[in-house]
Design a binder for this molecule. Structure first.
Ligand code: HEM
Length: 448
């Protein structure tokens, strides 16, 4: 029995000493669900001690259960996204980020009232109408991408489909020149890639990519200053925060560009790729969805719950506070593992069943509370158009090789996924093949 309100060493004991959540090798085959299932057996937050791999040599609390997580995510006073205690830096990752790289100036690592005022300033750039207006462009792009892969019959789903749609959506939303989008994506990949480094470390390639990405962002922000539009960056550059909080500093303006690009691209790509992988592993759910297209919205929510592309975010306690019978001290780091909450058997029925018909699904893939995802509706739209394009023409999928996961505990991502497609009987490629027309003749479909 664990002692209550006791912050002694025994109460803080980590129950799985051989498992280190800062060892990125734990995350090379997707999110370690078995490990978190084990952690959820213990009541209350658990204290993860510092290991040789833990940045800053400092342990952190791990919250794995749904019901412990939501009150923390909603309490922005006791649990800061910015900092707490006597620490200099802070932020929402296990490692403390310095203030120079965004803590206190990027929306997701900023506390109220400035956070709330910034949210209100940029929200008109992501209204329902603005997002809905993207639908025809995205739907056409998805149709072309699916037609193209069906022509070939196989390919890397991440490159062919999952990466392309989010890029197009964000580029269209911000007005980024189409020819720049792949370069930006390459920089972001390098910044988020931990293949050649440990947590909290920078490699030469990640530092270089960050520098180039920031330089591009600065030029983009400047272009919006010269000729503002109605996008989030223009609003950040030209607008003023309410309640006399003034205008955004140049760093805050740049960070609006950065966060939309970084938060919007990788996550949605991973939701799309992870969703297709779920259908490959549960083909009966694909057949069911093709037969019952009205399940498309519950299916999207189930993909989000299942894939949880952002596995965790961190907060810092601003005062001593009790959660689930544990005493969390002022200044301590607290990590909220959304991906674990989304499989919590104490909250969800049959959490390990991927079920497109799940009717009650208040998952935490987009977080919870005032920092909940600003791009959730955009992400849902992107996922829906891809899913619809696939449902229209694909009867099923198989893996044509190994899935390559991103080595990261901050993004549950798929870097490469070779897939073989079975076209639907109604699809032109099937009809043409049946009529004796070669598959190659289908290749022009993508360009019409
Ligand atoms: C499936 C795709 C996505 C997932 C899983 C996801 C996940 C999340 C999560 C978990 C948070 C909460 C962070 C925290 O509490 O510390 C968040 C916040 C945020 N997301 Fe997303 N996101 C997605 C797509 C997007 C897109 C497309 C955009 C860009 C338009 C975006 C922009 C943001 C921003 C700006 C925040 C910070 C909001 C705030 O602090 O008030 N996200 N997202």
């Amino acid at each position: 029995m664990r002692p209550f309100l006791d912050s002694s060493a025994s109460a803080k004991e980590w129950p799985l000493p051989a498992k280190d959540l800062t060892d990125l090798d734990l995350f090379t085959r997707g999110f370690p669900h078995a490990l978190f299932t084990e952690l959820r057996r213990y009541e209350g937050p658990l204290f993860h001690p510092a290991t040789a791999l833990t940045p800053g040599g400092e342990g952190f609390w791990v919250v794995s259960r749904y019901r412990d997580m939501v009150p923390i995510a909603r309490d922005h006073v006791a649990f800061s996204s910015e900092s707490g205690g006597d620490r200099e830096g802070g932020g929402t990752m296990i490692e403390d980020l310095p203030r120079a790289v965004g803590v206190g100036s990027v929306i997701n690592m900023m506390d109220d009232p400035r956070h709330r005022a910034l949210l209100r300033l940029v929200a008109p750039g992501l209204t329902h109408a603005k997002i809905a207006a993207l639908e025809p462009v995205l739907a056409e792009a998805a149709r072309v991408a699916v037609a193209d892969v069906l022509t070939r019959g196989h390919g890397d789903l991440v490159k062919d489909i999952a990466a392309e749609l989010p890029l197009l959506a964000i580029a269209s939303l911000l007005g980024i020149p189409a020819q720049d989008r792949h370069q930006i994506f390459a920089w972001i990949n390098a910044v988020l890639d931990y293949a050649d480094r440990q947590l909290g470390e920078t490699s030469q390639s990640s530092a270089q990519a960050m520098q180039q990405f920031m330089a591009y962002g600065q030029c983009f922000v400047e272009s919006r200053r010269q000729a503002p539009g109605e996008d989030v960056v223009s609003l950040a550059v030209t607008g003023e925060l309410r309640d006399g909080l003034g205008r955004l500093s140049p760093v805050e303006q740049l960070m609006v560009f950065n966060v939309v690009m970084v938060a919007g691209l990788e996550t949605t790509r991973n939701a799309i790729a992870g969703g297709v992988l779920a259908f490959i592993e549960c083909p009966e759910q694909w057949t069911r969805l093709r037969e019952e297209r009205t399940l498309i919205n519950p299916a999207l929510e189930e993909i989000l719950r299942w894939t949880s592309p952002t596995p965790y975010n961190r907060r810092t306690a601003t005062r001593d506070v009790e959660i689930g019978g544990r005493l969390i001290r002022r200044g301590e780091k607290v990590t909220l593992w959304w991906a674990s909450a989304n499989r919590d058997e104490g909250f969800f029925e049959r959490p390990f069943d991927f079920d497109v018909g799940r009717s009650i699904n208040p998952h935490l893939a987009f977080g919870s509370g005032g920092h909940g995802c600003l791009g959730a509706q955009l992400a849902r739209l992107e996922m829906r158009v891809v899913l619809n394009a696939l449902l229209d023409h694909v009867a099923g999928f198989d893996l044509a090789g190994d899935v390559e996961w991103v080595r990261s505990n901050k993004h549950t991502g798929i870097r490469r996924m070779p897939v073989r497609y079975t076209p639907a009987p109604s699809h032109p490629i099937q009809r043409n093949t049946a009529a004796g027309v070669s598959e190659g003749s289908f290749s022009s479909l993508g360009s019409t």
